[in-house]
Design a protein around this ligand. Structure first.
Ligand code: GLN
Length: 514
């Protein structure tokens, strides 16, 4: 399919996924590729425009990542951002060197509003800067279109050739009119028309799946999380009863969660998924007996999950396709898309699991960012409650119980968490806090209740706000709400006599509590 698209060439900067996301928010499809990608391959993709990202290197140093002159002669519009801007200038005959003053943070930039890039942008506009080097002299043919006191070339253009260079970062939200600038580039320089819409994605995705699967059998592991739910529903719309979904209840789900998933996806729900629920609680509790170390717990739960899934798959017989809920950040972070360092190796990217006998993997969401998966979910008619679910780790409550997991502790944390969620919703805070949950600490201490001594566990309440889940800040929940939660937990949950509120940000903490 020849989709209208923009290509982001990745030089290793930290905001590169953001560049692609912002472009997609303008309804233009966008993909990330390493700067090492062959020029012929780029040409063959027939992009409407190319964006060069920032990066940690200095482009004038030996061995620094580069892209060659030809890229600027394809007749395809190019926008360089920060490192990309410097590289464009250097490659085309300008001069880049260490700046006398480095700029970092929000800085007022004066722009030339007659440039197509800055149409509709205020003449003085706050932008996010983060650089040590600067463009000392622009390349021949270029003209300066933005400046700051410390940075004489905050942006430059060669209008006839559709080449643009920006020293600051329009993709970062601190750049107040950054989205407008990217919008101007993709629409008014590249001539995009905005064909990237979730309804067409869903529709054409369903058709593509239908063509691929033919009359084959499809198997999907459904966790009830956003990604696997959206993938399953898409498959069901495409191939109906050829699909079987297996939902493993490992006994480490939130209160009532197993039933809620079954309600929506089971035989009485609106979808045709051949839903199989496996109640494997006992097996997991058995395996987790006496295990305290969090990494070990994760491995046990993951391994057992695969075994249960495999047993179910064997009952179905051989399947032709296995569905995975891989999404685009998984692809990029596994080092397959761009240049970002390999952050984590995702089991569902690249390698195929060998525990089920099948022919091929289907990854219907492989091109989507998380917010796009959610929009696709709404497009498919999946209830909002499921679509906007908080992220929940695969090992579930197994890693929200510090120390050994026992069925009694699972009940404690389930009940405490349910009360916490209920009160947050009642206070109208549920849409304002990024992620919140209760965890059971492994600490017991003395208390007194009804004149009687208690020696019970302490529960920790966690609530964070985060944009990207890489960093997080503790949410400020009003004290009266916390007090109410504390009161209810102590009164209603057996085995808990203390409630703590976790103030730790990430870093140094993590979002989870294990
Ligand atoms: N490393 C280059 C500099 O210091 C580019 C930085 C960037 O792309 N953010 O100027």
């Amino acid at each position: 399919m020849n989709r209208e698209k923009i290509i982001v060439i990745d030089f290793g900067g930290q905001y590169n996924q953001l560049v692609a996301r912002r472009v997609r928010e303008c309804s233009v499809y966008c993909e990330i590729y390493s700067y090492k990608t062959d020029l012929e391959q780029i040409k063959a993709m027939n992009p409407k425009g190319i964006i060069l990202t920032g990066g940690p290197n200095s482009c004038y140093e030996d061995g620094a990542p580069s892209c060659g002159k030809e890229l600027f002669r394809l007749g395809i519009p190019v926008l360089g951002l920060c490192y990309g801007a410097q590289l464009m200038m250097l490659t085309l005959g300008g001069r880049v060197c260490k700046a006398p003053v480095r700029e970092y943070g929000k800085i007022e930039v004066t722009v030339d509003k007659s440039s197509r890039l800055f149409g509709g942008v205020s003449e003085k506009t706050i932008c996010w800067m983060s650089h040590n080097d600067y463009i000392e002299t622009i390349a021949p043919g270029f003209q300066v279109i933005a400046r700051t006191p410390a940075c004489p070339v905050a942006a430059a253009q060669w209008e006839e050739r559709n080449l643009y260079a920006i020293q600051f970062h329009p993709e970062v939200l601190h750049t107040q009119e950054g989205t407008k600038m990217l919008h101007n580039f993709v629409y008014h320089v590249c001539g995009c028309t905005g064909t990237w819409k979730m309804d067409t994605f869903v529709e054409s995705g369903i058709q593509a799946i239908r063509r691929k699967v033919g009359s084959g059998k499809v198997l999907c592991a459904l966790s009830g999380g956003v990604d696997s739910s959206v993938a399953a529903v898409m498959l069901s719309k495409a191939v109906g009863s050829q699909l079987t979904c297996v939902f493993v209840d490992h006994g480490l789900l939130r209160k009532n969660e197993g039933d809620e998933v079954e309600e929506v996806f089971g035989p009485h729900g609106p979808y045709d998924l051949n839903f199989i629920r496996v109640n494997a609680q006992e097996r997991f509790y058995e395996k987790l007996k006496g295990v305290e170390e969090p990494e070990k717990k994760r491995k046990i739960i993951g391994g057992e999950f695969i075994r249960v899934f495999e047993e179910e798959a064997k009952k179905i017989g051989s399947v032709d396709f296995l569905v995975q809920g891989t999404i685009y950040p998984d692809v990029v972070e596994s080092g397959l898309g761009g240049e970002s360092a390999v952050i984590k190796s995702h089991h569902n990217v690249g390698g195929l699991p060998d525990y089920v006998d099948f022919r091929e993997v289907i990854e219907p969401l492989r091109d989507l960012f998380k917010d796009e998966v959610r929009r696709a979910g709404l497009e498919l008619g999946i209830p909002e409650k499921l679509v906007f679910r908080q992220p929940f780790p695969g090992p579930g409550l197994g890693i929200r119980i510090v120390g050994e997991v026992t069925p009694e502790k699972v009940v404690m944390v389930q009940e405490a968490d349910a009360i916490y969620r209920e009160e947050i919703a009642r206070a109208g805070l549920d849409k304002t806090i990024g992620q919140y949950f209760a965890a059971l600490t492994n600490m017991r201490s003395v208390g007194v209740m009804g004149d009687e001594r208690t020696y019970d566990y302490a529960v920790a309440l966690r609530a964070v706000n985060t944009v990207d889940f890489m960093t997080a800040e503790t949410a400020e929940i009003p004290f009266p709400v916390l007090t109410k939660v504390m009161n209810r937990i102590i009164n209603e949950v057996n085995g808990i006599n203390r409630v703590f509120y976790d103030l730790t940000s990430k870093p140094p903490g993590t979002i989870e509590f294990e």
